[in-house]
Design a protein around this ligand. Sequence first.
Ligand code: ADP
Ligand code: MG
Length: 255
Amino acid sequence: MNRIEIKNVYMNYHTLSAETVALKDINFTVDGGEFVSIVGPSGCGKSTLLNIVSGLIEASSGDILVDGRVQEGYSDKIGYMFQKDQLFEWLTVLQNVSIGLKIKKMMNDDAKIKLEKLLKNYNLWEFKDHYPRQLSGGMRQRVALIRTLALDPEVLLLDEPFSALDYQTRLNVSDEIYEIIKNEGKTAIMVTHDISEAVSMSSRVIVLSKRPAVIKKIIKIEFDGENLTPLKCREHSKFRVYFNDIWKEMDYDDK
Ligand code: ADP
Ligand code: MG
C-alpha cells in the first residue's frame, strides 16, 4: 500500500537571531503507487517538507503516517534522491549501487542478483566497472536511483532531481526515471520548481505559497491516454491548460 499522510505539519526554524516559519498547517495524502509533485517558489519550504516526510528532521508539530502508522525518525521504507546525485567518485558503478547494502550488512547472493537485474534492466550493466566521471549526467541519476532502489524502499522522495541537468537531458532523464519508478511500483513525492516537469510526471500537483508555505491548491492531472510517458504528456493539448492553472497559483515575486 504505502499510503502517506501528512497531517497538520508546522515547521519553525529557530536560530540565535530569528525565527523562520517555514511550513504552516500542511495536510495531504499520497496513495500507494501514486506520483505526486510539490511545486512552489524558491525558499518556500519544499525541501523542509521532504526532510520531514523522510524523518531526517522533526516537524515542530504534526505527524507523518505511513500506512496509518506514525513515522518516528528515519525509516528504511523511505528512499531519498537529491539534485546532486552524490555518487562516490572513487567507486565504480557497481560499488556505488552496493554501498547501502554493504553498510547495512545486507549484501548476500539474493541482493547481488537483484542489483544485477536492476542494472541490466536499466542499461547500466555494461558500465558496472566505470567510474561516475565516465558517465553522462542522466546515467549518473539512473545509478543514484538504482542505489536508492537497492534498499527496496516503498516510497521515493525526490528533491529537484533533474535541476542540475541541462534542458534537453532533463527531458529524457525525467522520462527514464519516471519509467523506472513506475516499473518498480513505487510511491513517489517529487519536489520541483519546474511546473512543466510536475505536470508531465504527476497524477497530482500540490502548489505551495511563498514562505510560510501553506497549500494553495491541489491540482489533479489527467491526460486521456492511458500511461502516457512524461514526454508524451508534454505534447498533449491539455498540458498548457494545466501549466496555466498552476502558473496562476504560483507566488513569484516578479509576477
Ligand atoms: P525550498 O526547498 O522551497 O527552496 P527550504 O525548505 O530549503 O526551501 O527552506 C525554507 C526556509 O527555511 C528558507 O527561508 C530557509 O532559509 C529556511 N531554512 C531551511 N533550513 C533551515 C535551517 N536548518 N535553519 C534555519 N532556517 C532554515
Ligand atoms: Mg529546496
